[in-house]
Ligand binder design. Structure first.
Ligand code: H79
Length: 720
């Protein structure tokens, strides 16, 4: 193309002049109500039901196993006996207005309450069961109805928790140890009927917080569609499973150490041990708890999430003083510092030494969680000149600061206060620029610019079949290409793993959809004779979630499997490439394989991994791939290109099982060592800061779907 095409190595000083007002990242493709949900940041969770009446005590004894809202299961209470607790449920101290006002004074924007927990007892009037607060208790009032009116009176939104399992409804599965049971069809119909009631009788519901169970994809889809047909703005929780949620829910009390591209939430209880009221809970000092939960709120918001903090009122409806004090403590802080929380966007995917950063408009907010000893707060990774620098809670303050190429150095001076979390606000009237973590560029030795998963910025969501098989999924990859200008010829490489799939590529010269088909085959390596494969060792079963570490990943540097002190022993197998190994396994357990591959030189090798469920792959101690089985297929295959180093390479693969009693898996390097090459339309770069390329699946099943395109590679050639 007749375009001037030289590489322009921009000087730092030059890129500084290109600063513009930032566009804090909003997850792409959000509707108005989704964005509003995303901006709420802080909500109240309420666990309240007939279990609250028991307060974690059965037969006069504290029940120490499990959460108190699940006391029926953990104390082994017959369901008819448990049902009799309803006879004395008369919460005369329940005052929905004061609870909603408490949430409001805590700075919370909505209230999410248990409409039905696992015990199956409904806190709303239902046509489909008499096991509900109106028909089965002396109280006789519709708790959800009255709360929805109180929320409307005080301008807060109402969300409803709804357990998908049920320990009371006869056609449902009985109590299990894990709560992730399948939902028989009559139970599913019952759930749908109740969801219809909840979304018809109680005004606007901001979120439907499905929990637990393990649904078939079709069941999740039906529920999601039902919710949206009744209330299009109602956000559906990811715990519905099968990637059908509008927002992702982290594990209970789990905080991700990454930013997500989709709306997400962490649900948190005051104490890890229980959500509902427990009379014998030792609570300690509320001020320590205020600090702990405030830090969690800041951490969640700095990664772009919403924080859902729980209270567990007593059976008589009163709120525990400790919980009230904690909420009001947080609310007090938010009164002066709320600007740094509500409506903000994440900036960095990891904390700084001293704390966290959030952004809104031209402002950056620095939350000082660990005040530096010398009072010097160094903000790295930001380019721009602050036009003001002060404490958020003190409009008149001014903080001394110096600005250099890639950091801003702020002195707290005598303003440092270790008792309260301080927020520094940096205002940039002329905008600022976040220095991208990775900048792809022409290698020093020349040749094309290479884009692949090793140098990409990963954009994540949280994907999964159910509570246990959820994991961090990669939904998009991007590269910053500041140093490029002019027109480039892109060559895309893919393997049999990506074959036939469609990719949407976004470039400075427009978006394009590329179907990965019809590329020119290209041999990666002529043969594998120069590789030496050690014996295949296996070890298992281990209890594990799909992407949780078990400790087996550590110390893989001995060249042979390391001894496992307490766990199962490594077994040397006679398996050859492609042999299927079959092993008994329990749910949520995994088996490991270990193999040493010796290579004469740095080289690439294609391997195939076939198995019945998830897989997590480590090469030389580094996790290089994780993939589950989102559609519950009988067999899944992944093809992975391994970048082997000269010498010994250690390949550790975890084969994860969610549902089966036996698992079958195999590793095979005797597969075509081929990839395909396709030329794409030229891309031209204007040469501006922040320009880049990104790609994601074209029309994925869900926004949470893992790309699972591990071998994609793009070369940008300037030899036009
Ligand atoms: O409502 C709260 C919990 O009751 C519910 N989700 C939050 C919001 C929940 N139900 N099940 N689970 C969470 C996960 C299951 C955990 C269990 Fe266990 C593992 C149940 C039995 C083993 C942990 C350890 C809880 C009890 C013992």
């Amino acid at each position: 193309m007749g375009y001037h095409k030289s590489l322009l190595f921009l000087l730092v000083a030059f890129s500084l002049t290109l600063c513009h007002a930032p566009d804090p990242e909003t997850p792409p493709g959000l509707t108005g109500s989704q964005e509003e949900w995303f901006d709420n940041k802080f909500s109240m969770f309420i666990h309240w039901g007939i279990y609250s009446e028991l307060g974690g005590v059965w037969n006069g004894e504290p029940v120490t196993r499990g959460y108190s809202e699940q006391i029926q299961a953990h104390a082994g209470i017959y369901s008819d006996v448990y049902g009799m607790v309803a006879d004395r449920f008369d919460p005369v101290k329940w005052d929905p207005d004061s609870v909603v006002l408490l949430a409001k004074n805590a700075g919370m924007k909505s209230v999410v309450i248990t409409s039905k927990h696992h015990d199956g007892f409904c806190m709303f009037d239902s046509e489909y069961t008499d096991y509900n607060v109106v028909k089965a208790t002396p109280y006789g009032r519709d708790v959800i109805g009255e709360l929805s009116e109180a929320c409307a009176r005080h301008g807060l939104k109402l969300g409803l928790y709804f357990s998908l399992i049920d320990w009371h409804y006869p056609p449902a599965y009985p109590i299990s140890s894990h709560n992730a049971d399948f939902i028989p069809s009559r139970h599913h119909e019952y759930n749908k009927n109740q969801v219809r009631e909840l979304l018809t009788n109680y005004g606007p519901i901001s979120e439907l917080w499905f929990d637990m169970g393990s649904l078939e994809p079709e069941q999740s889809r039906e529920l999601k569609e039902l919710v949206h047909s009744l209330q299009p703005d109602c956000m559906v929780s990811g715990r519905l499973g099968n990637d059908m949620g509008d927002f992702t829910v982290m594990g209970d009390n789990e905080y991700p150490d990454y930013t997500l591209d989709t709306p997400w939430q962490t649900p948190a209880s005051m104490f890890d041990e229980t959500w509902s009221y427990r009379s014998w809970q030792e609570r300690g000092d509320p001020s320590g708890k205020v600090r702990e939960k405030l830090e969690s709120l800041i951490m969640v918001v700095s990664r772009g999430g919403n924080y859902l903090l729980n209270i567990g009122p007593r059976g008589d409806g009163s709120v525990v003083d400790f919980e009230k004090e904690v909420l009001l403590g947080i609310g007090g802080w938010l009164k002066t510092n709320g600007e740094a929380i509500y409506g903000t966007r994440p900036v960095f995917s990891a904390p700084h030494k001293w704390g966290e950063v959030t952004a809104k408009g031209n402002n950056l907010f620095l939350h000082i969680l660990t005040p530096p000893g010398n009072g010097e707060v160094i903000l790295k990774g930001v380019k721009g000149t602050p036009t003001a620098c002060r404490l958020l809670n003190d409009t008149g303050s001014h903080l001394e600061h110096t600005v250099s190429d890639n950091e801003i150095n702020i002195s707290l001076g005598d303003q440092q206060n270790n008792n309260e979390i301080q927020v520094i606000v940096l205002e940039f009237k002329d905008g600022y620029h976040i220095i991208p973590r990775v900048i792809a560029e022409t290698p020093p030795s020349g040749g094309p610019v290479l884009l692949d998963r090793h140098n990409s910025n990963k954009h994540y969501s949280f994907s999964g079949v159910d509570y246990y098989s959820s994991f961090r999924s990669t939904v998009r990859e991007s590269w910053t290409l500041d140093k490029m200008q002019g027109s480039y010829r892109p060559l895309i490489f893919y393997s049999d793993a990506e074959h036939s799939r469609s990719l949407r590529i976004e470039t400075p010269s427009g978006d394009r959809v590329v179907r990965l088909r019809g590329g020119e085959p290209h041999t990666l390596r002529e043969n594998i004779a120069d590789l030496k494969f050690g014996a295949l060792y296996i070890n298992g079963p281990h209890s594990s979630r799909i992407d949780h570490k078990t400790g087996m990943e550590n110390n893989i540097d001995t060249g042979k499997p390391w001894p496992s002190a307490n766990g199962p022993r490594w077994e040397r197998t006679a398996a050859r490439a492609g042999d299927i190994l079959q092993r008994p396994v329990r749910r949520n357990h995994c088996w490991y394989t270990y193999q040493v591959i010796e290579s004469m030189k740095d080289s690439e090798l294609m391997i195939s991994l076939v198995r019945t469920d998830g897989v997590q792959v480590f090469l030389n101690g580094q996790e290089i791939y994780v993939h589950n089985n989102p559609m519950k297929k009988e067999q899944v295959e992944d093809i992975l290109r391994l970048s082997l180093s000269q010498g010994q390479n250690e390949l550790l693969v975890k084969f994860y099982n969610r549902f089966d009693r036996e698992m079958a898996f195999s590793l095979n390097h005797k597969i075509p060592q081929v990839e395909y090459r396709m030329q794409l339309e030229d891309i031209s770069f204007p040469g501006t800061t922040g320009q880049g390329i990104s790609w994601h699946l074209d029309s994925p099943v869900s926004v949470h779907s893992n790309m699972a395109m591990p071998n994609l590679r793009l070369e940008l050639h300037d030899d036009l």
